[in-house]
Design a protein around this ligand. Structure first.
Ligand SMILES: *[C@@H]1O[C@H](CO)[C@@H](O)[C@H](O)[C@H]1NC(C)=O
Ligand SMILES: *[C@@H]1O[C@H](CO)[C@@H](O)[C@H](O)[C@H]1NC(C)=O
Ligand SMILES: *[C@@H]1O[C@H](CO)[C@@H](O)[C@H](O)[C@H]1NC(C)=O
Ligand SMILES: *[C@@H]1O[C@H](CO)[C@@H](O)[C@H](O)[C@H]1NC(C)=O
Ligand SMILES: *[C@@H]1O[C@H](CO)[C@@H](O)[C@H](O)[C@H]1NC(C)=O
Ligand SMILES: *[C@@H]1O[C@H](CO)[C@@H](O)[C@H](O)[C@H]1NC(C)=O
Ligand SMILES: *[C@@H]1O[C@H](CO)[C@@H](O)[C@H](O)[C@H]1NC(C)=O
Ligand SMILES: *[C@@H]1O[C@H](CO)[C@@H](O)[C@H](O)[C@H]1NC(C)=O
Ligand SMILES: *[C@@H]1O[C@H](CO)[C@@H](O)[C@H](O)[C@H]1NC(C)=O
Ligand SMILES: *[C@@H]1O[C@H](CO)[C@@H](O)[C@H](O)[C@H]1NC(C)=O
Ligand SMILES: *[C@@H]1O[C@H](CO)[C@@H](O)[C@H](O)[C@H]1NC(C)=O
Length: 549
């Protein structure tokens, strides 16, 4: 699994360790999380096809149709629950990997959710095996265990590796923006609903849940689906209407101008510990608001909409601010120094040829595709503002939730809440009037939330970037995220639940009149961990990027 260029002369071992973790979501280039390396120094990583059959012959693709393996018996072992995995061939040269799990109960009427990880270029197998799927990877990365808080308890789940190049998807990597990615995902969904095995789900409510770079994907894909629906209605587009009703975005990058100052604030003051020394923090602040600094860069990107300028903004901001203000901590979970070995690596499990042949996978799994990442880095898509599209989707009546785990730095709650506060929608006035209330799960406070109309926001305590992978108090791993998902997917606002005498959780009658102070109190201890010698060395190295899983 060569995600990163291997021509680094120094500190290779350290960087490899760092890369493996960051590869989860955002590549590290030149020691910069989400860095943009010179084109001449890049190494592309087109994975080999047919690792599963091993005979080297070309796969017979079926453009416009799915190729499916049913009931492989992998991951979902609950009796009677249907599953299918395989490829949707967009063209003869572009095959998109998917894995479908029917709902554990009432699949015919349960909604259908598509789950997408971010990157850009990260595999949605991350969500499946580390976050919300029917099974979870074990800590030693050798196997899986059944997940009692799987999101397929209440929804049919479709995990898709996109764009082509990510995960088990393979073929000509041609997508370099969120809107191009949206077009391919829509095409895939058309194939999915045209397939006799899945056409019955077309009438069900449809949801899009995503995370991280999904702060761009979610609004862009949802808006594209609505637009195509309108085209189908007025006969300018041929296709199947997609009943998009719900949108969920976890720890997402949506509006960089609103969100980037959050790195400075969160680094200095979060519920856990400061991340860097005051000197380093001052450098990062200056990198934000000095002339030509990050703020100016993002503003030029917004006003010019120019690929080069936006790409340069990504490079400057991610080295000057994002990477710098992190210190030695894990960008996805600041309670650990980097690299945090949790959630466990999926690569050893997904590289098994016997597993691949059972599920019908034909290409070596890539957690995060550099080919895809570089295309996006060059288009400057990272620094574009997806907030207007999010506003249009909310105003179109799609019930929307934004959520954020408070131990995550890379898309921290400070930035995300600033973005949420900046939203201009029909629910904005009501949202601003609310105060945060405790989000209790089975009587334990698991976060704080607000509802306004069909919009909700929740900050989840104790959770890193991949919210459903974490636990808080004595709750189960993923229990709080599961409650949130279930409530939204049953078309309700968020509400606290209490533990009943018989051990089940039940809704309480008083939602959001109670409140707690709008901002959390933050300890100001000086836990300056100065591994900055090492970090400094990494930053000076000639190579490496940041990934938003
Ligand atoms: C794409 O597929 C077609 C048909 O299979 C083949 O002729 C062509 O060489 C392929 N192109 C690339 C770039 O792989
Ligand atoms: C797996 O590792 C995590 C993080 O170190 C730990 O909290 C959890 O208890 C471990 N799970 C098991 C089953 O040992
Ligand atoms: C989810 O479904 C499984 C299998 O039916 C069940 O054991 C588990 O208790 C369910 N989880 C929840 C939270 O209801
Ligand atoms: C492959 O992608 C390139 C752009 O990256 C495009 O120009 C070319 O037409 C594609 N080829 C095929 C066969 O899809
Ligand atoms: C049809 O709907 C599309 C999508 O909303 C819109 O862009 C287009 O202008 C409409 N065309 C006509 C003829 O109404
Ligand atoms: C829709 O499909 C029909 C039949 O294939 C075709 O005649 C028509 O031109 C298509 N319309 C659009 C808008 O693509
Ligand atoms: C830069 O930002 C910091 C922190 O927000 C602020 O204290 C300082 O006044 C700003 N400096 C300039 C020149 O705007
Ligand atoms: C969700 O509830 C709202 C009212 O709160 C209703 O207008 C809407 O039709 C419902 N949507 C679905 C998918 O049931
Ligand atoms: C547990 O109690 C709640 C209310 O107190 C009730 O709604 C629920 O059906 C009970 N569950 C079981 C399994 O008995
Ligand atoms: C919220 O929970 C905290 C404990 O985490 C508690 O101290 C506080 O009183 C609760 N606030 C409300 C409004 O219930
Ligand atoms: C909380 O929000 C209210 C109204 O939005 C505001 O008046 C108050 O100052 C805020 N409190 C804090 C502690 O930020």
């Amino acid at each position: 699994m060569l995600l990163f260029p291997s021509n680094r002369p120094l500190l290779v071992g350290l960087l490899t360790a760092l890369s493996q973790v960051l590869a989860g979501q955002v590549p590290v280039h030149n020691g910069v999380i989400g860095g943009v390396p010179e084109a001449s120094t890049r190494v592309l990583s087109t994975p080999g096809i047919l690792a599963a059959t091993g005979d080297g012959t070309a796969v017979q693709t079926t453009p416009g149709k799915l190729r499916v393996v049913e009931n492989s018996g992998v991951c979902e072992t609950t009796p009677g629950v249907y599953q299918a995995s395989g490829y949707g061939d967009l063209t003869a040269n572009q095959s998109m990997w998917f894995w479908f799990f029917a709902a554990r109960e009432n699949p015919d009427t349960a909604p259908l959710t598509i789950w997408l990880n971010g990157g850009p270029g990260s595999s949605s197998m991350i969500g499946l095996f580390q976050e919300n799927g029917p099974c979870r990877i074990t800590n030693d990365s050798t196997g899986v265990t059944l997940n009692p808080f799987s999101w397929n308890n209440v929804s049919n789940m479709l995990y898709l590796d996109q764009p082509v190049g990510a995960g088990f998807s393979y073929g000509n990597v041609s997508v370099s923006t969120s809107s191009e990615a949206a077009a391919d995902v829509w095409k895939f969904l058309q194939m999915f609903f045209a397939d006799s095995r899945f056409s019955k789900y077309q009438k069900n409510d449809f949801a899009l849940w995503t995370e991280s770079y999904g702060g761009h994907y979610g609004p862009t894909f949802a808006a594209h689906i609505l637009d195509q629906n309108a085209g189908i209605a007025n006969k300018t587009v041929n296709g199947t209407t997609i009943n998009l009703k719900f949108l969920g975005i976890g720890n997402g990058l949506t509006d960089p101008l609103a969100q980037y100052p959050g790195y400075l604030t969160y680094s200095a003051s979060n519920p856990y510990h400061p991340l860097v020394s005051n000197d380093v923090l001052q450098e990062a602040i200056s990198a934000w608001n000095s002339t030509g600094g990050c703020q100016d860069q993002i503003e030029s990107c917004y006003s010019t909409n120019d690929n080069k300028i936006c790409s340069q903004a990504q490079s400057i901001c991610n080295s000057g601010i994002l990477s710098r203000a992190l210190g030695s901590y894990d960008p996805y979970y600041v309670l650990s120094t980097t690299p945090d070995p949790y959630p466990p690596d999926l690569a050893p499990y997904l590289a098994s040829t016997s597993l691949m042949s059972k599920i019908g996978a034909e290409s070596q799994w890539v957690m995060s595709s550099d080919d895809v990442y570089f295309n996006f880095a060059d288009s400057g898509d990272w620094m574009r503002n997806s907030r207007p599209l999010l506003e249009s989707v909310i105003n179109a009546g799609v019930r929307t939730i934004i959520y954020d785990g408070d131990v995550d730095y890379i898309l921290n709650y400070v930035g995300v809440e600033t973005m949420v506060d900046a939203l201009q929608t029909k629910f904005t006035t009501e949202y601003a009037r609310q105060q945060f209330a405790n989000y209790t799960v089975a009587s334990q406070v698991a976060g704080m939330y607000k509802n306004a109309g069909a919009f909700s926001y929740v900050r989840i305590y104790g959770a890193g970037h991949e919210v459903p992978a974490y636990t808080h108090g004595t709750l189960g791993v993923g229990q709080a995220a599961f409650q949130m998902f279930s409530q939204i997917m049953s078309n309700n606002s968020l509400s606290p639940t209490e533990l009943t005498a018989n051990g089940t959780a039940t809704g309480t009658s008083t939602p959001s009149s109670t409140s707690k102070p709008n901002s959390s109190s933050v300890p100001q201890s000086s836990l300056w961990i100065l591994l900055s010698a090492i970090v400094g060395a990494i930053v000076l190295l000639p190579f490496d990027p940041i990934i938003l899983l």
